[in-house]
Design a protein around this ligand. Structure first.
Ligand SMILES: NC(=O)c1ccc[n+]([C@@H]2O[C@H](COP(=O)([O-])OP(=O)(O)OC[C@H]3O[C@@H](n4cnc5c(N)ncnc54)[C@H](O)[C@@H]3O)[C@@H](O)[C@H]2O)c1
Length: 236
């Protein structure tokens, strides 16, 4: 029998976001989890290995690229392998394999040098304030390149502050609360990014439906069909 399920490959799937969203992704997807080391349903894929990326993405409908060093204080030496070289290899392999949709984990750090009191919009150009944010701007640039020159369409997600638990206003600054992304909204964001139709290249904001929002969600909800439900300020 032919397997008609959508095959979606996750990189960096053993990390915080990958582990949290895995049980919440559509049951209709055939999700293939990869990370640096194989363990418990996760296959080994080092994204700095271009040939291995090619082999892992062959036949995939979508690639969701989460693998990275996600540290805003990280040095060039730490960022270079996964964030710079690895993201290039993932983008190139996804395009070479004819993957329909590539989803790239960018970050609000790609735009963190913007004015303090201004809400970030998905259409804002990259404006990083640290080297990590610059590697996320690089990821967005690679996404634009692939979308402009191949049949692979791309969504780059400017993810806010992912946390498994709702942040507490007693301990977390309001600005960080306003960028909260919950696990179920992260899964919904990935679902929408993979399934949305009629896109070529989109930069989207990845936060929950917080009462006060670090980033605007109007364009992201409209373009991707993203429907977040959690609010950092809710008392539920
Ligand atoms: N957590 C957040 O709040 C946040 C915010 C903005 C953006 N992001 C981005 O989302 C993505 C996932 O973040 P996370 O919090 O789950 O990070 P994480 O560090 O928990 O997970 C990243 C995973 O990538 C893997 N990895 C590192 N180098 C690799 C390589 N060369 N090949 C394959 N895998 C490699 C690690 O083993 C790890 O499992 C990252 O791209 C990060 O930059 C996260």
């Amino acid at each position: 029998m032919t397997d008609l399920r959508r095959r979606v490959v996750l990189t960096g799937a053993g990390g915080r976001i990958g582990s949290a969203i895995m049980p919440l992704l559509p049951a209709s997807w055939d999700v293939q989890r990869t990370d640096l080391e194989a363990h418990q349903g996760i296959a080994a894929l080092d994204v700095t290995d271009a040939d291995a990326c090619q082999a892992a993405f062959t036949g995939a409908d979508a690639v969701v690229h989460l693998a990275a060093v996600p540290d805003p204080t990280a040095s060039w030496e730490r960022l270079l392998p996964a964030n710079v070289v690895g993201t290039h290899h993932v983008a190139r392999a996804a395009a070479d394999c004819g993957v329909r949709r590539l989803v790239l984990a960018s970050s609000v750090h790609a735009v963190s040098a913007g004015p303090d009191q201004t809400q970030v919009r998905a259409g804002d150009p990259p404006r990083p304030a640290n080297l990590y944010g610059a590697t996320k701007a690089w990821a967005e640039a690679l996404g634009s390149w692939v979308a402009a020159t191949t049949s692979t369409s791309v969504v780059a997600l400017r993810i806010g502050c992912f946390a498994a638990q709702r942040p507490s206003a007693d301990t977390v600054p309001a600005r960080e609360m306003s960028a909260w992304l919950s696990p179920r909204d992260a899964a919904e964001l990935v679902r929408a990014s993979v399934e949305a139709e009629g896109l070529r290249f989109e930069v989207a904001n990845g936060i929950s439906a917080n009462r006060y929002r670090f980033a605007d969600l109007q364009d992201t909800m409209q373009r991707l069909g993203y429907r977040p439900v959690d609010d950092a300020w809710s008392s539920d």
